[in-house]
Design a binder for this molecule. Structure first.
Ligand code: NAP
Length: 282
C-alpha cells in the first residue's frame, strides 16, 4: 500500500517559510514583496485564480496589486500597462491571467513582461534559461511537481522518469527539471507507441494529460512515485489522470487529486515573487 503525498501539508510548510521571510523583512523595516495581477475581461476561472492569489498574498504578508481591464481593451494599452509595471520598483512579480480574450495575442503580451518579474516563467528568456539549466524562475506547476517528488526523500539522480504530456506549461518544463536533477527522462504524448510498457518501467511517473483515470495499474511499476497533475471535471468533481486506488496498490507514493499538485501551485507563485524581490534587490 502506497503513501499519499499530501500537497496541502507540503504547501503549508512552504507558506510558513514565506511568512517567516516576510515577517523578518518587516522587523528589519525593509519593504515586503508585491505581486501585480492583470485580469482582462470576466473569465470565471481567472477571477477565481486572482481571488485565491489575493487571499494568499494577504495571508502571507505580500502586497497584492490587482488590475482589471475591460474585455475589449486594445493590445497596445495592455502592453503599455505591462511596461509601466516593469518600471515600477514597488512591484516584484507580474502575472497575466490566461486565457486572454480572443483579439489579444498571448505571445505579444506575455513577452512584454520583464524577465526579472516573470514569476510564472512565461517569457522566452526565462524558458530558455530553464532549458539551459541556468538560474530562472521555475514555472509554478512544474516546481510543485518537483517539490512533491523531492518530499518523498527519493534520490532522483539516475531514476527512470516518464512524463505523459508535452505541453509548454507542464510536460516539457517538468521533463527539463527532472533532467536537471539527473533523472533519465522520457516524454510521452498522444502519438507514443507502447505507452503502457514505457510507463511500467518508470520509477517516477508524472501524468499531465487531462484524461480522468487514464493511468491504471498496468502503467505502474511496483514501488514507484506517481504524480497526478490532471484536473478534469467529472460530475461536478475534480478528477485526476490516475486511478488513485489502483496506483496506491502498487506505487510507493501517490499524489491525490484534489490535494496534490494543485494545492501547491499558488504557494509557489508567492515563493517566486519573494525570490524576484531578492534577485532584483529593489
Ligand atoms: P494540454 O496542453 O492539453 O496537453 C495534454 C498532453 O497530453 C498533450 O501533450 C497530449 O499529447 C497528451 N495526451 C493527450 N491524450 C493522450 C493520450 N491518450 N496518451 C498520451 N498522451 C496524451 O494540457 P496541460 O495544459 O499540460 O494540462 C494537462 C492536465 O493538467 C490538465 O488536466 C490540466 O487541467 C492539468 N493542469 C493542472 C495544473 C495544476 O496546478 N494542478 C496546472 C496545469 C494543468 P499531444 O501533444 O500529442 O497532443
Amino acid at each position: 500500500m502506497g503513501t499519499i503525498i499530501n500537497g496541502r501539508e507540503k504547501a503549508k510548510e512552504t507558506r510558513e517559510e514565506i511568512k517567516n521571510f516576510v515577517a523578518d523583512r518587516i522587523k528589519a523595516s525593509k519593504r515586503v514583496p508585491s505581486l501585480a495581477t492583470v485580469l482582462i475581461g470576466e473569465d470565471g476561472g481567472s477571477i477565481s485564480y486572482m481571488n485565491n492569489q489575493t487571499k494568499l498574498c494577504n495571508e502571507l504578508g505580500l502586497i497584492p496589486k490587482n488590475i482589471k481591464l475591460k474585455e475589449d481593451v486594445l493590445e497596445s494599452e495592455v502592453i503599455k500597462l505591462i511596461h509601466q509595471l516593469n518600471e515600477d520598483y514597488s512591484i516584484d512579480g507580474i502575472i497575466i491571467q490566461l486565457p486572454l480574450p480572443k483579439h489579444l495575442n498571448e505571445k505579444n503580451i506575455t513577452s512584454a513582461i520583464s524577465h526579472k518579474k516573470d514569476v510564472d516563467c512565461l517569457t522566452d528568456i526565462n524558458m530558455g534559461k530553464l532549458y539551459k539549466g541556468e538560474q530562472s524562475f521555475i514555472p509554478c506547476t512544474p516546481q510543485s511537481i518537483l517539490h512533491l517528488i523531492k518530499s518523498t526523500g527519493i534520490n532522483i539522480s539516475g531514476k527512470n522518469a516518464v512524463i505523459i504530456g508535452r505541453s509548454n506549461i507542464v510536460g516539457k518544463p517538468t521533463a527539463q527539471l527532472l533532467l536537471n536533477e539527473n533523472a533519465t527522462v522520457t516524454v510521452c504524448h498522444s502519438k507514443t507507441v507502447n505507452l503502457k510498457e514505457i510507463c511500467s518501467n518508470a520509477d517516477i511517473l508524472v501524468a499531465a494529460i487531462g484524461r480522468p483515470g487514464f493511468v491504471t495499474r498496468e502503467f505502474i511499476k511496483e514501488g514507484s512515485v506517481i504524480i497526478d497533475v490532471g484536473t478534469s471535471m467529472v460530475e461536478g468533481k475534480i478528477a485526476g489522470d490516475v486511478n488513485f486506488e489502483e496506483a496506491m496498490e502498487k506505487a510507493a507514493f501517490v499524489t491525490p487529486v484534489p490535494g496534490g499538485v494543485g494545492a501547491m501551485t499558488t504557494t509557489m507563485l508567492m515563493k517566486n515573487t519573494c525570490e524576484a524581490m531578492m534577485r532584483n534587490a529593489y
